[in-house]
Design a protein. Structure first.
Length: 261
């Protein structure tokens, strides 16, 4: 009897924990809106930590696609977003129209300029502020291990989520960031009407999870549905170099506005 009563109490305790976890699920993760990616991450991007993003190829310094992708993720959340950019960097200016085209409400956004040598320090100061959903910083040099640890502690204490955009082409060393992503272009699939291909083809992205704590590297191929600007459907997932099968509706349309001028 005692064992049965103990097991019943244990099951009841587990049920309460699961219920509390489900209620607080949105507080633990930022959903990316891509079911296979969110599932692989067990809910999405973890909140209260720092994530790194970099571009690919000619977009390595400009980081247009990573910027657009981060804006789309943050558009699904609520609360204020602070975006820190280097003052007079000469590498392009963040445009409000581009972020709004990605779905990010300008009423939630505050852009801050900082001297290049103060970018990381400014990000740390802002991350320590409670009540902020996310802090994005455009870095023009690699993030050191010590600096990444300070950013991680600041995010952990305030529950704000940090996003580091590496707008440079220097090699990156391991650090304390929770994940590291690369967002680049991918070959577009032609859209056919009968036997004729329609132009322009739907743009496609390659999304690579280069490293994450306690997990393996993964990659996906993502298509943008221009007929529904608020959608970023998964065209096909590439995990372990295997193409995931499944329906992937694609419709031609006009290209979306650029995030960077």
């Amino acid at each position: 009897m005692k064992n049965k009563a103990g097991m019943a109490l244990l099951r009841d305790s587990v049920a309460r924990i699961e219920q509390r976890y489900q209620k607080n699920f949105a507080a633990l993760y930022l959903e990316m809106g891509l079911p296979p990616v969110d599932a692989a991450l067990r809910g999405g991007l973890r909140r209260g930590v720092v994530h790194e993003f970099l571009g690919a190829g000619h977009d390595r310094v400009l980081c247009a696609r990573p910027t657009y992708f981060i804006a789309r993720v943050l558009a699904r959340a609520t609360g204020p977003v602070i975006w820190i950019v280097p003052a007079a960097s000469g590498q392009g200016a963040l445009t409000l129209a581009g972020l709004e085209a990605a779905g990010l409400d300008s009423g939630r956004l505050l852009c801050v300029e900082a001297e290049p040598m103060r970018l990381v320090g400014t990000m740390e100061d802002v991350l320590r502020t409670r009540g902020i959903t996310a802090v994005v910083a455009d870095l023009i040099e690699p993030l050191s291990l010590t600096a990444s640890r300070r950013l991680h502690l600041a995010a952990e204490n305030s529950a704000a989520t940090g996003f580091v955009l590496h707008r440079h082409d220097r090699p990156l060393s391991p650090n304390a960031c929770w994940t590291r992503w690369r967002v680049g272009a991918a070959p577009s699939d032609p859209v056919f009407l009968g036997r004729r291909a329609l132009l322009p083809f739907a743009e496609a992205f390659s999304l690579s999870l280069l490293r994450r704590r306690g997990g393996e590297a993964l990659s996906w191929r993502i298509g943008t549905d221009y007929a529904a600007p608020s959608a970023l459907p998964l065209a096909a997932a590439l995990a372990h170099d295997a193409l995931a099968q499944g329906p992937s509706p694609q419709r031609p349309g006009l290209a979306a506005g650029a995030v960077w001028a």
